[in-house]
Design a protein around this ligand. Sequence first.
Ligand code: HEM
Length: 397
Amino acid sequence: MSHAEAGTIGETITEDALETDPYPIYARLREEEPVSWVPAVELWLVTRWADVEHVDKSPAVFTGETDPSTLNRTFGRNLLGSEGDYHERIRSIIYPAFRADKIGHYPDEVIAPIAIELVEAFASKGEADLMADFASPLSVRVLKRVLGLEVEDDRLVRWFGELATGASNFSHDPEKQAIADAASREVDEHVGPLLDALEGKPDDTVLSNMLHSEIDGDRLTRQEIASNLKVMIVGGLQATSDLIALTLLTLLQHPDQLAEVMADHSLIDPAIEEAVRWHAPVGTSTRQTTREAELSGVRLPAGALVAAVLASANRDKRNYTDPDRFDIHRREGGHLSFATGPHLCIGARLGRYEARTGLRVLFERLTNLRLDPDREVVVRGWEFRSPESVPVLFEEV
Ligand code: HEM
């Protein structure tokens, strides 16, 4: 009897189960069906570390330039939706804008002042929601400043939501696309005058660096700057607030380890790395096969849409001892939460700066930090995993 006739695990998986808690599903798939067609989400789920890494590192077979491409359709051609020479060209011009020599001053000069202002607003109240009162506004305000956008916080958040609607519009719903296209035009209209001003007066923003960077005499066009800026808005806003909120939540759920980190701030970095392994904010790399391919003995047809599940690779027992245990002292190498290969997250350094600085500021100002036992915590999502809130109680230092 073939696998399909016997009934597959993939066929039994619902979208709601994935959204609620994907980890038990991934655990079963890794052992029994590591390459699995899941009709509920119309994707092949690839769940073992070695296969996920292989997918991310083999763009000639597993391409980010999907056809049709919701990313390119919504943003214009951009680095996440392209491969090969074009991708390399765009990335080589943009990447330097995120290097330490360009953003190394951000933790002290940009991130810490914003984080301090946010903490001061609730420090004397004894309670807060670290998602709505801290992680989310920190991410919005830092991204705005880093990119060089001059918009109100709410407007950037709205752009994010509307552009993301287009990026995930796999059903090609014209109404959804119209919402995304309107936001896209709004971003273009906002960016035009900013670029005019930056022509003669460069500054330390990503927008300025994209405008002025030249690699072998080559520069980005204004259209390319706008398209890639939109990828950064969609990729950089929620992922960063989720990274900060998930790290805090996970530590709060492991009070002994939280106490260690609060007593010794040199443990902040390892705690962030372990939290981001344990709970990847961005769950998947989505790719499409350019030709027939084989993974863990399973044949994939040409044109197959594949989700390489980063969140699952991070819990593969082939790579970690007792992978479901959260342990800030784990020293077992990296994780795949920023992906790998040619699309390795360009904003990883910035995201880490924000989490590191945010936690340090919080821990210097608050003490006896604990989850509010009277308020429920709900974490949902498999492609993007977020806590709805992180309700805490504390005292001032
Ligand atoms: C801190 C939390 C973040 C996480 C967990 C995260 C995660 C990721 C992942 C998994 C990818 C690869 C996607 C794929 O393989 O399909 C990616 C790519 C990317 N990220 Fe991030 N990201 C974060 C923050 C940021 C920030 C702050 C920015 C920019 C301001 C950013 C910009 C990008 C861009 C431009 C790409 C595409 C790179 C390419 O295609 O070459 N990310 N990110």
